[in-house]
Write a protein of this length. Sequence first.
Length: 607
Amino acid sequence: MKFVNKAVALFLICTMLIAFGAMFASAKEETAVLSSQSASAEVFLDASFNNWQDKPMSIDENGVASYTTELAEGSYQFRIVSEDSEFGHPGTIKDTTVLSSESGWLLSDEVNAKCTLLASGGSYEFRFDTETNKLQVIRNGYIPEDSDNDKLTVTAGDVFAEANVGDTLTYMVNLEADKLFEDIQAILSYDSEKLELCRITSTDSNVTDAEAEAAAYCPNISDGIYNSDYQGVVALNASNLEGYNFTTGKVFLTLDFKVIATGETKLEFTAQEMTAIDETSYYSYSSKVKDGAVFTESLNVLSAEVTPDRVLKFASVSLTLYDDISINFKVDKTLFTEAGYENPYVEFVMGDTKVTVSDFTDADTRLVFDFDSISPANINDTVYATLCAEFNGTLYKSEVLEYSVAKYCYNMLTKYPGDDYASLRTLLVDLLNYGASAQIYTNHNTENLANNALTDAQVQWGTQEKPIYSTVQNKDFAVIENPTATFKSAGLNLEKAITLRFKIQAENVDNLTVVVETDKYIWQIPSTDFEALADGGYYVYFSGLNAAQMQDTVYVTVYEGDNIVSNTLSYSIESYAYSKQTSTDEKLTSILEAMIKYGNSAKAFAG
């Protein structure tokens, strides 16, 4: 795109303006909202990926229009169309609106702009609230996290910062270009519910507020500014035929925000259009055309001095559903990279179990400490977690965080009750029901069952249909001549979440190895892990499957060195449930039914 006016026009706006035109124009503060009477009217998604043909969106009883489609990686433009109105936004959505604004981006019918989506590929749902004009773009795979953080974690590009409410966050974009450029159009989107843009008032009667803001926000681009008050967007559009010289690297944009809420948010900066003075295009339609213009983002927090007893705490908690259940306690990495803490570890207590965990997983901006081996019967048991670390040679401890698997489930059910999270709801309720059945089966804490706090509505979110079991059990799936080791039985250890147990008979097991195979993986269990039995047999335990793999077939064979010395047994977790479905032991059949429901919902959630 080319700009022909010599004057510079900078537009610092906070939600609506005309994009991809010659100049941005301010929009009215009060934009049209589809009334409740018109909520039943047809709403369409008009997009480049559907050849700009209006695609009808389905509208639910709450007036939310939705449309889901598969998209390849690329840049797309779209708008929402209803009756005689077209709703747009000048910003660029990077995969999803969830990270930059939890409630969605506010669209306007006063703006002659198409929304831009930079997609990494996958399934995308477009949700437009006809009452509020807010748009959500949700990409499959988004998994919610239960966060108790009392700070705001801000991400911008490859950098992040953590701030308290009331702190000032300085956001800066540096630009280094290999040539002079004559025009640029760029935009920054932010969540105005968490960050408040700090405005500037001129103290010189000869200088307008807009001009004062231009000098402060864009110190290396001058000549004019247009200013308007809207939420969530800072946009600029500059053009000068003599060109702007950023060949040695300069500050392109610098903004101060006041932190007004906690949680997590993302600043999304996009160069939408940029052309060099020799007409080379660096950026077009929010996508890079060629190298040569490098934008570098940075964040700085101006706050009171960080004190150890104030910041040493857990940031959030999540679950891992594997052969057992683990609670993942997450800690902000900045405690150790910036605040000066060293040698972190976590003290865990659950009932009579006391463990200290110093091993952690480095996960982007967090360190993750796992408390694992939680059995189904223990999901309502409280885990007491204390974060410990040294600061200047002194040991500090956080306040004790009391948590449980059940608490996570109830928190998630409260935070995500909508139909968009139906598979998550079902998984959480089925897990609570599985835990309650395990408590009854093991006679553990039965006066406080995991599912006792479910509401009538939440109960209905669980799997209602009785599962139909199938079996793949075959002790002679593959046979050999004269086996020296034999399988006597196969079953489950119901004390654990997902642990298979095989009984083998052999005269000498010293050099034996049990090999377990699936279609994708192979495990080897040495004889040192066998459990000797009084009758001369041995139990072999296998726990390599996760909750979503209860129907997966495993093939079990005994080896002596490289030689097969047994027939091959085929089995599955569901095969055990199949074999016990006529049992008169009501506690056993109940826990198996709950377990299979949980496995099926875990598989559905995992996709």
